[in-house]
Write a protein that binds this ligand. Structure first.
Ligand SMILES: [Zn+2]
Length: 284
């Protein structure tokens, strides 16, 4: 009996050893207009200052940064930690990466419609740890937080952060529709929240987190797996006015991916922040 107790205590101690990093250093997040002195330190990359500034501005839940033997971690409200950069990146699936990798490819905002060669799909690789920390770890948790909003003549269900952003875009679009009422048919929703995997992939769709919506299906917007085209004409012609309004509110468009998803808009304000600052030459 005493031997059993010894092994149980030892097992518990070892569990603690693995659960806790050997060391952890708190690092302040970059602040607007101030030099961030960590850019040249070991473990950091040149994009980190801009990435972290945009993350902190986009998600108020992100409170700090910690460096451990495993890498760099975002510290969120309540002490939750999400891997910003570390060796575990891409361990589970090529589409499930650490936060730094999810921000690596430059998204380009309107009026830019860059070519989409194989491998170019900014925002299609996501950090699922961050999405779960921000919006909920399972269907029930996400669903409990959803907000139902009425805009553009329909009802939409979004995570609160995405709902507020969508209402900002909708207010701009309502005004534009007065002059271009023919655009209204492009705005018919074919889905917002649904806990499901991406068609043909192992990872969850952004729709699972209440941050995505699909429009334009009846107007010919389609998905790369449903189309025989390598690139689709709508990647160049989809209404710039609509794409711009959604981008300005923090949504990226799946039409700018090699694996195009012309219906799909997704709330990723950190990518829009980075794209706009890059375009203006405004880096921390
Ligand atoms: Zn979608």
């Amino acid at each position: 009996m005493r031997v059993k107790t010894f092994w149980r205590v030892l097992g518990f101690f070892c569990l603690l050893c693995h659960a806790q990093p050997l060391w952890a250093v708190s690092i302040p997040l970059p602040v607007e207009g101030q030099l961030w002195p960590y850019a040249d330190q070991p473990g950091f990359q040149s994009d980190d200052a801009l990435n972290l500034l945009c993350l902190a501005q986009s998600y108020p839940d992100i409170q700090g940064l910690e460096q451990t033997d495993e890498g760099l971690w975002l510290v969120l409200t309540g002490g939750r930690r999400v891997l910003y950069a570390g060796e575990r990146a891409g361990e589970h699936d090529y589409l499930d990466v650490d936060v730094r990798t999810s921000m690596e490819q430059p998204y380009r905002c309107e009026p830019e419609r860059p070519g989409t060669p194989p491998g170019y799909a900014p925002g299609r690789r996501r950090c699922y740890g961050l999405l779960m920390a921000l919006y909920g770890g399972n269907a029930r948790e996400v669903a409990q937080r959803l907000m139902s909003i009425h805009a553009l003549g329909q009802t939409w269900a979004f995570a609160p952060q995405a709902a507020r952003a969508f209402l900002r875009a909708a207010a701009v679009i309502e005004q534009k529709l007065l002059l271009q009422p023919e655009l209204a048919r492009w705005l018919k929703s074919s889905g917002t929240f649904l806990w499901r995997r991406i068609a043909g992939e192992k990872v969850l769709s952004a729709h699972s987190f209440g941050i995505a919506f699909d429009i334009g299906l009846a107007c010919g917007a389609t998905y790369w797996r449903w189309s025989s085209l390598q690139s689709h004409p709508l990647q160049q012609t989809f209404s710039p006015l609509l794409v711009r309004a959604f981008e300005d509110a923090g949504f990226i468009w799946g039409g700018k991916w090699h694996e195009f998803d012309l219906m799909h808009f997704e709330y990723r304000p950190e990518l829009i922040c980075k794209a706009k600052r890059r375009a203006r030459g405004q880096t921390p």
